[in-house]
Design a protein around this ligand. Structure first.
Ligand code: FAD
Length: 386
């Protein structure tokens, strides 16, 4: 791209930060505008798969990210009583795809590494973009503090509620998945927990995940079927969760008990109904702004990282930024749509409430040959960044 072009990235989440690093490494100048007044460590754990690690390798920061995370050996799905329904050998996948799979990291640690690799002065904080106008000259951004920035191009990485997407595609739809979720990171996991595997336990309209992190910490999540934005769920305490999960196998009740109310992070699980357009002349949307997904496949951040690498490669190669945006759309639509749809369906199966259907589901998973799961993995991991 032409070096006189001015690029603004809206949003300093995983997507915006990774993109800025990837562009700066190609000598492309970029500014990030971020609504938060300060970058605070927040969030819980993340599971990153081989496709994200491959993308991080492309921009040369994989080793530093891996250093603050934890690679795990197995990914297991269990029934409520703790019997294994299916188990995936993550080490074997890592070997096959040449990148570490089933890798866990605290969100704050990932942000720290990303921020460290950003050129100083790249982020303008406290800049909440509230509106924009696009014409043949470029894009004008309007901020809540009354300031205005004129730029040539905008890359919108402003998350699921993106103001860019909402204005460009007013018909786009944020969907509630039908279940709500609590997350916590605790630093006192019980002795005897297998810190080498991630697991999910599927009940009836309820699910519990255990995700060991580096430094002996553990991230857990608990999902329950519920109405959207339920005041009852919002006010749930550790004690309420204990009563809902007390019929789950060990160590689920004890892990909840070992958690403090102030460690709970609550939110409804939502996604974005798959879109058919990401590029809009001088603006492109990416990350959760373009294809937010339910967390069932652990692919939201992975796709955001992939997006960043794909777009930076295109911008480094093509002379027209608009062409790069259009090509990006062409390369990313089908893949991200497939993941969003797959994750939505997986969530419906995992959250089945009817006891007979839940039993049939468990039997079907037990009977599914590992080759089926492997075929799905192949699609995820054989990603092209060029
Ligand atoms: C419960 C849960 C568990 C998950 N687990 C996993 C997992 O294990 N693995 C995985 O790969 N993914 C997971 N995800 C998904 C992952 O968190 C997201 O896909 C990822 O964070 C998206 O990054 P992003 O940068 O696109 O968006 P965001 O992280 O939402 O960042 C958007 C940024 O833009 C800023 N912003 C927003 N609006 C404006 C504005 N108007 N002006 C300026 N700045 C603005 C925000 O402050 C924010 O910093 C999970 C998600 C959830 C909800």
């Amino acid at each position: 791209m032409n070096s006189r072009n001015r690029l603004i990235i809206a949003g300093a989440g995983i997507c915006g930060l990774t993109l800025a690093i990837a562009l700066q490494r190609k000598g492309i100048d970029v500014t990030i505008v971020e609504q938060a007044p300060a970058l605070k460590p927040l969030g819980a754990g993340l599971v990153l798969a081989a496709n994200a690690v491959k993308a991080l390798t492309e921009i040369g920061i994989d080793q530093e990210v891996l250093k603050v995370g934890k690679a795990l050996k197995k990914l297991v799905i269990k029934d409520r009583r703790g019997r294994v329904l299916t188990s995936t050998d993550s080490e074997q996948i890592s070997r096959r795809y040449g990148a570490i799979d089933n890798f866990t990291i605290h969100r704050a640690d990932l942000h720290d590494v990303l921020l460290k690799h950003l050129q100083p002065g790249s982020i303008q904080l406290g800049k909440q973009c509230v509106d924009f106008k696009q014409n043949s000259e470029g894009v004008t951004l309007y901020f809540q503090d009354g300031s205005i920035i004129n730029t040539d191009y905008v890359i919108a990485c402003d998350g699921i509620h993106s103001i860019f997407r909402r204005k460009l595609l007013p018909q786009s739809e944020v969907r509630y998945a039908g279940y709500t979720c609590w997350r916590a990171v605790i630093d006192n996991p019980l002795p005897g927990i297998n810190m080498e595997e991630t697991s999910e336990t599927w009940g009836q309209g309820s699910r519990f995940g255990i995700v060991p992190l580096a430094s002996g910490k553990l991230y857990w999540f608990a999902c329950l079927n519920a109405d959207a934005s339920s005041a009852l769920m919002r006010n749930y305490t550790v004690e309420d969760l204990q009563s809902r999960f007390n019929n789950f196998h060990d160590p689920v009740p004890a892990l909840i008990k070992n958690t403090l109310n102030e460690q709970l992070i609550w939110g409804d699980i939502i996604d974005l109904k798959p879109l058919t357009q990401f590029a809009f002349d001088n603006i492109v949307i990416m990350g959760d702004a373009a294809h937010a997904t339910t967390p069932n496949m652990g692919q939201g951040a992975c796709m955001a990282i992939e997006d960043a690498v794909v777009l930076s490669n295109l911008l480094g190669k093509l002379s027209s930024v608009q062409d790069a945006f259009r090509k990006f759309e062409g390369m990313r639509l089908a893949r991200t749509q497939k993941i969003v749809k797959g994750s939505w369906q997986l969530g419906r199966v995992a959250q089945l409430e009817n006891p007979i259907l839940a039993q049939l589901r468990n039997a079907a998973i037990r009977a599914t040959p590992s080759s089926v799961a492997e075929k799905q993995m192949k699609f995820l991991y054989e990603v092209s960044f060029h």
